[in-house]
Design a protein around this ligand. Sequence first.
Ligand SMILES: Cc1cc2nc3c(=O)[nH]c(=O)nc-3n(C[C@H](O)[C@H](O)[C@H](O)COP(=O)(O)OP(=O)(O)OC[C@H]3O[C@@H](n4cnc5c(N)ncnc54)[C@H](O)[C@@H]3O)c2cc1C
Length: 368
Amino acid sequence: MKTVDILIVGAGITGITAASILAREKNKTVLIVEKRHHIGGNCYDCFNEDGILIHLYGPHIFHTQHKDVWDYLSQFTDWLDYVHHVKAFVDGKYISFPININTFEQLFEKSFTKDDVLAYLEREKIDLPEIKNAEDMVISRMGNTIYNKFFKNYTRKQWGVDAKDLAPEITERIPIRFDRDDRFFTDPYQGMPEKGYTELFKAMLDHEKIQVITGKDYRDIKDQVNFDKIIYTGPVDAFFDYKYGYLPYRGINFSFKTYDQENRLPMAVVNCPNDHSYTRITEFKHMTFQKHPKTTLCYEYPSDVQAGRNNPVPSYPILNNSSIKKYKKYLNLSHKKKDTIFIGRLGKFQYLNMDICVKHVMDRLIFD
Ligand SMILES: Cc1cc2nc3c(=O)[nH]c(=O)nc-3n(C[C@H](O)[C@H](O)[C@H](O)COP(=O)(O)OP(=O)(O)OC[C@H]3O[C@@H](n4cnc5c(N)ncnc54)[C@H](O)[C@@H]3O)c2cc1C
């Protein structure tokens, strides 16, 4: 029988950070069990058959405002100085996104100042007595033209329902910038791991106190291991055998196509709100700076997550009154499991960026 201090379920960025901190900072022995055949969870990257580095579960750009998170990961990787930019393909043009002064100029093909943008919004925004849904949230701030061109169809494709049927919180944090800042993220620390995420994770796991098993569900091996505690980064509803039913997720099917040309898009990510059934396209070479005569694009087709729950991989938790109520029941159960820490995007039924996953682990484990 194997004996370790801690059993970690899931080798995504959350589980890997936990393993690294426990082994290096806390002198604990760790076994990390991952049911997929690779480490990295949804941040996994690999070279495809043409030798182009791709992100198998969609584009991942590292960005954070937390210096401690940046410094922690920087022990294991250097960073490519990549600053993320996105364009939306609207009215046959590539238009700056998130919305800023450039967006208005490119859309309406005339010059705008900050005051012109403010005047436009004042004129166009719809006064509503109450913000009842995600559509209201946008039209009450930006009016119908911007809503129809950038958000209406994108939201429908992304969530599979009309924005009228989604909670206002979904569109609440859409930024409008009154300057010409075209960066997608404004965090002070951003970049891409120099050799990719998987290499970063391998470096984090490279420690004598860490053992890794891939291709195994933890349930199949947990009775063969002695351990004091579990750190669980899988779905919280699965841990409790779906006692209160499934927590709902929206998934994405990723389709990859390699082209016999060096570059195809003007930047790494293009949103397609109105054309095509995919929501966005990614050209990885813009973010990895890889030199290669060919290029690979990734097309994202959002879809419902099927029963069995891994086809496609659950990506975005669907937050509504009923799912939040259900999650709270699981949360109550999880509080009673004193030997188990539920953490990560699936353990907490939350959309979390990578840096927040790392931050949660650092805050929880360093001070525990
Ligand atoms: C399309 C998309 C793009 C994104 N882009 C960005 C971005 O640009 N920047 C950013 O900061 N964040 C981004 N994110 C968020 C990022 O993917 C998450 O922050 C991160 O993947 C969460 O890591 P995790 O370890 O918590 O979960 P996961 O990566 O899901 O890892 C959990 C692991 O647990 C394993 N597991 C589950 N159950 C079991 C079991 N029973 N036994 C063994 N193993 C199990 C799973 O197989 C999985 O590998 C994006 C998310 C999506 C959906």
